[in-house]
Ligand binder design. Structure first.
Ligand code: GAL
Length: 697
């Protein structure tokens, strides 16, 4: 069924803020949008003070006119609820709804996101404006999608938040004995004898309680989700045919478990702004897109299970809701994307399942805090490189509608668990260099550079389609998670576990008896001591590689060493091991190898699992992603080098509509999308015999 947001084409557009411009500009905007083949724009994200300039006094005239203009221009609208930025009158009328930081400072309006999502006045006002918008626009022909709020992710320590946190804790733990045990409160005299004594994790003299901090993040994830769900329900009640989404912001700092949220949105939508400006930006783009696809699949399955139905077949749609056309502000200054990079990033997302490419923002404003953020129409206007690239990308996206029938099919599953990332950030961990997202990224990068596609899975997701499961520092493992990993291995699957995975239970309490308690037996080893490394320190590995961040004393209990430490206190001890487990192999990695070594190790692990890269003949620097389904197979080839590249492939080049008879030539920095004819075999080879011991480096 084609839903409102999905008219069969890929979506193309971005945040459009007509409230910042005079009406004459709106007309020019629509004309330019048509020239660039823009077909979806997000309107009203931060427009609350213009929609409701005084309490209960609404001004919808401008929005009515804009929606009509867009509709007449054939441009669909993702209509936003503006609740990420309450107007000044709101915070003055409800000072108790202003957020309080961990050290007790109450923030004031003047920026955005200045509210406590647990404050009743804020929630009532948010429902109010959402219901008012729903009543007026739920059947407007331009509106294709509701976009609730913007990048949920705030926390607060005000009395409302504290009361809500206690209620949430009662629900989660049931009684104080359970909470005391979960948080190990006998340590440092934190034993609670009354719920009233339990507070949010405010600024403390020294290290805070790890269980409390973890629960605080889980609480905020659930509280923000409840805030989203109540808006969603109001919007859906007004028109059940209109889908509802909210845009995710990525990173461990966000107290949102996006996987859990995915079952509550009709469409997973992510914003992505790579922090790297060199080649790392391409890897980060691939990771963000793989995460989004993983959440979309996970959410579809959870939602179906809840309904007692089987998950639908075919690709689980998701959408890149925001990205940057050019300048990205990172490392203290703006960096300009070189020609072609905007398209490569957009198409990397589309290759991995995005139903289009959306940007922040349509037109660069003259004023406001983000006046120097890039836009599809820059300050200079449409006679610019960026706008010409915008038009060109629109032409290309228009030719790619058919790829939505295909889905990325990977045989490697890379696990990610938001709570593990939060737990690793506790300052009492053995190293402050631990970063769950960076661990995920390092494993993903190794696969990406080796040319293997992967799906990102949430512990508990079905693993039957994967030959290899990778756990990169997935720190928390209760019995369910440990059983999920064990079942994969017992079914003949291969496994790579990196340090700190499975070390603690879901409250962050260490599994005793040797690390990693949840997987010791599977891995055939026992880790006795950690040796975290300083930021500028490295260990040498046999085979010539190096390790950073972490090293360990590993005792073998059935596993065999594959690589060892060289020199230092761990000289000659195992650094990388493998353990035969029936038909599979369980590998262990006790340090963070340099990128080259990690790539070689994962190549060896994947080869042992019988896997082959997506496009084994692609030259270095060319990224290959395949979407395939019953209706065909499409190969995306992204040339990240500064010279033309040739890739062997047979089919039809969709941008030029010409046959690719055995080879496609990619211009420097360019992209090709080829409908493959005939469709290739799956990238799984017969399992080769286990090779002799091969050092990873
Ligand atoms: C996003 C946000 C946008 C804009 C953008 C700038 O995170 O949703 O409103 O601020 O960042 O990069």
């Amino acid at each position: 069924m084609v839903s409102m947001w999905d008219d069969g084409r890929l979506c193309y557009g971005g945040d459009y803020n007509p409230e910042q411009w005079p009406a004459a500009t709106w007309r020019e905007d629509v004309a330019l949008m048509r020239r660039a083949r823009i077909n979806l724009v997000t309107v009203g994200v931060f427009a609350w003070s213009r929609l409701e300039p005084a309490p209960g006094r609404y001004d919808f005239g401008w929005l009515d006119e804009v929606l009509d203009l867009l509709h007449d221009g054939g441009i669909r609208v993702a209509l936003a609820t503006p609740t990420a930025s309450p107007p000044p009158w709101f915070s003055l009328a409800h000072p108790d709804a202003l957020p309080v930081t961990a050290d007790g400072v109450r923030l004031h309006h003047g920026s955005r996101d200045t509210y406590c999502a647990a404050a009743p006045a804020y929630r009532a006002a948010a429902r109010g404006i959402a219901a008012t918008l729903a009543a007026r626009y739920a059947h407007h022909p331009a509106v294709a999608l509701w976009h609730v709020h913007n990048e949920y992710g705030t926390t607060c320590h005000c009395p409302h938040a504290e009361a809500a946190f206690r209620r949430w804790l009662v629900e989660r733990h049931g009684d104080l004995d359970t909470l005391n045990a979960a948080w190990a409160t006998s340590f440092w005299s934190q034993h609670y004898t009354d719920w009233a004594y339990v507070s949010t994790p405010r600024a403390t003299q020294y290290l805070g309680n790890p269980g409390q901090l973890l629960d605080f993040r889980r609480f905020w994830s659930d509280t923000l989700l409840a805030a989203y769900v109540e808006q969603r329900d109001l919007l859906t009640a007004a028109n059940p045919a209109l889908p509802v989404t909210t845009n995710y912001v990525l990173g461990d700092w966000v107290p949102v478990d996006h996987a859990r949220w995915a079952a509550e949105v009709d469409l997973v939508a992510v914003d992505h702004y790579p922090s790297a400006v060199d080649g790392g930006a391409e890897e980060q783009t691939a990771l963000a897109a793989d995460l989004a696809r993983g959440w979309a699949r996970h959410g579809r399955r959870r939602a179906a299970t809840r309904r007692g139905a089987a998950p639908a077949d075919g690709p689980a749609g998701w959408l890149l809701m925001e990205s940057a056309a050019s300048q990205i502000h990172t490392t203290g200054r703006s960096h300009t994307k070189e020609p072609g990079r905007m398209a490569r990033h957009s198409l990397s997302h589309v290759a991995r399942g995005s139903r289009g490419a959306m940007f922040f923002q349509w037109r660069a404003p003259a004023g406001g805090a983000e006046r120097f953020h890039s836009a599809l129409v820059p300050h200079t206007g449409p006679d610019t490189r960026v706008f010409r690239e915008t038009v060109r990308l629109g032409e290309h996206l228009d030719r790619l509608a058919e790829v939505t029938a295909g889905e990325v099919t990977a045989s490697v599953a890379l696990a990610f668990d938001a709570a593990s990332g939060w737990a690793l950030r506790h300052p009492g961990m053995p190293s402050t260099l631990l970063d769950g997202h960076a661990e995920l990224a390092a494993a993903h990068r190794a696969l990406w550079r080796a040319g293997y596609g992967c799906d990102i899975v949430v512990p508990g997701d079905p693993l039957d389609r994967y030959r290899l499961l990778v756990l990169p520092a997935v720190y928390l493992a209760d019995d369910d998670v440990a059983g999920w990993v064990r079942a994969h291995v017992e079914a003949g699957g291969h496994l790579l576990v990196s340090y700190l995975s499975g070390v603690a239970d879901q409250h962050g309490r260490v599994h005793l008896g040797g690390y990693p308690g949840a997987y010791r037996d599977l891995l055939g080893l026992r880790v006795e001591e950690f040796h975290p490394l300083a930021a500028d320190e490295q260990v040498l590995l046999s085979g010539g590689g190096t390790g950073r961040i972490w090293s360990e004393t590993v005792h073998l209990c059935g596993a065999e060493p594959v690589g060892t430490y060289v020199g230092g206190v761990l000289d000659g001890r195992p650094a990388v091991t493998r353990h035969r487990t029936g038909d599979g192999t369980a590998w262990y990695l006790s340090t963070r190898p340099d990128d080259r070594t990690y790539r070689r190790l994962l190549t060896e692990v994947a080869r042992t699992a019988g896997l082959a890269p997506v496009c084994p003949d692609a030259p270095p620097g060319v990224e290959a992603v395949r979407r395939a389904g019953p209706q065909g197979s499409w190969l995306f080839l992204l040339n990240h080098t500064d010279r033309p590249q040739r890739v062997p492939v047979t089919g039809v080049d969709l941008f030029t509509d010409t046959p690719a008879d055995g080879t496609v030539v990619l211009p420097a920095g360019g992209v090709a999308v080829v409908r493959e004819e005939p469709a290739p075999m799956a990238s799984v080879t017969a399992t080769p015999p286990m090779t002799d011991r091969t050092p990873p480096a």
